[in-house]
Design a protein around this ligand. Structure first.
Ligand code: A3D
Length: 316
């Protein structure tokens, strides 16, 4: 049986890192595509030359021709500009809309049966545009944000409590902006509510304040990294995209927060928003509707209203 074909569209920081991570796991035949000539071939050569040392055995091709993504089973899109210091994700809207329109047209032409995971910012608007151009059914197209945002929340909880990240579960819903919705109620360490552990450490009043700082840090985590390294995060976004890709390619049936097209769920229709979904061989196999508290719902609706204004600004 032939291996699955994976097209990584955008061979920059995230695309290059993801190519290496996927090759290490031998997830399929990988094509790293970028409009920059030579660069994707160079990155792929670098990974191929690591393969005898790391002992992975997988087909890899670097390309600047969309022809090479023909027949891909999965496309992971990271093409476009990333944030620089002082920029918000929304500042990338106009320039990345052109990139995503062209990428989506080519996915539609060369890989009409592919599953698509999109990362390009502003995420919620770009995944909407990609869906519009490809016309793909909603189970086959999704954005990556919630897995990363939830991982950031989990990492900060683990650091604060001095416990292993292995046992921390955290969930962030909503749009991929600074008004995303980290759900404190669902954060737990080995099944024990994180708020309870914070209360044991600090008492109830200070515990709430500390949790609030973790929530704020999660919301601003992307910007914190941009400020420190004068460029956008790429290791954690690649790891998050890998998790989603594996869930699809290996039919894992994982429950992951992904940016999915809502058609009535959560009272939202026609917009992509981060919600928990079952991700498996059928892509988004099920959207899970949580019973949000009034406070959580208010935050969710505020985040959705930001998504709506961004998407409506695209004039799709
Ligand atoms: P970068 O290293 O600049 O790579 C982007 C690549 O896209 C470059 O190599 C470009 O040459 C290439 N490119 C530009 N136009 C095209 C085109 N038309 N076709 C194919 N390739 C093209 O950026 P990066 O890898 O750091 O980030 C990629 C995107 O992901 C940016 O928009 C980031 O803002 C976004 N991002 C999203 C998250 C989320 O959590 C959603 C996190 C981090 C970054």
């Amino acid at each position: 049986m032939a291996r699955k074909k994976i097209a990584l569209i955008g061979g920059g920081q995230i695309g290059g890192t993801l190519a290496h991570l996927m090759a290490q796991r031998e997830l399929g035949e990988i094509v790293l595509f970028d409009i920059a000539e030579d660069m994707p071939r160079g990155k792929v050569l670098d990974i191929i030359e690591a393969s005898p040392i790391e002992r992975f055995d997988v087909g890899l091709k670097g390309s600047s021709s969309f022809e090479d993504i023909r027949g891909a089973d999965l496309a992971v899109v990271t093409a476009g500009l990333a944030r620089k210091p002082g920029m918000s994700r929304d500042d990338l809207l106009t320039v990345n809309a052109k990139v995503i329109t062209s990428v989506a047209e080519n996915i539609r032409e060369y890989a009409p049966n592919a599953f698509v995971i999109l990362l390009t910012n502003p995420l919620d608007a770009m995944v909407t545009l990609c869906r519009k151009v490809t016309g793909f059914p909603r189970n086959r197209i999704m954005g990556m944000a919630g897995v990363l945002d939830s991982a950031r929340f989990a990492a900060f909880i683990a650091l604060e409590l001095g416990v292993s990240v292995r046992d921390v579960h955290a969930l962030v819903l909503g749009g991929h902006g600074d008004d995303m919705v980290p759900l404190v109620r669902f954060a737990n360490v080995g099944g024990v509510p994180a708020s309870f552990l914070l209360e044991q450490k600090y008492g109830p009043v200070k515990a709430r304040e500390v949790m609030e700082t973790l929530v704020t840090r999660t919301r601003q985590a992307g910007g914190e990294i941009v400020g420190l390294m004068k460029g956008s995060a790429f290791v954690s976004p690649a790891a998050a995209a890998l998790t989603m890709a594996e869930a699809i390619l290996l039919d894992r049936k994982r429950i992951l927060p992904v940016c999915a097209l809502l058609e009535g769920e959560y009272g939202v229709s026609g917009y992509f928003v981060g919600v928990p979904c079952v991700i498996g061989g059928g892509g988004i196999e099920r959207i899970i509707e949580l019973d949000l508290t009034p406070e959580e719902r208010a935050m969710f609706e505020e985040s959705v209203s930001h998504v709506k204004s961004l998407v409506d600004g695209l004039d799709l």
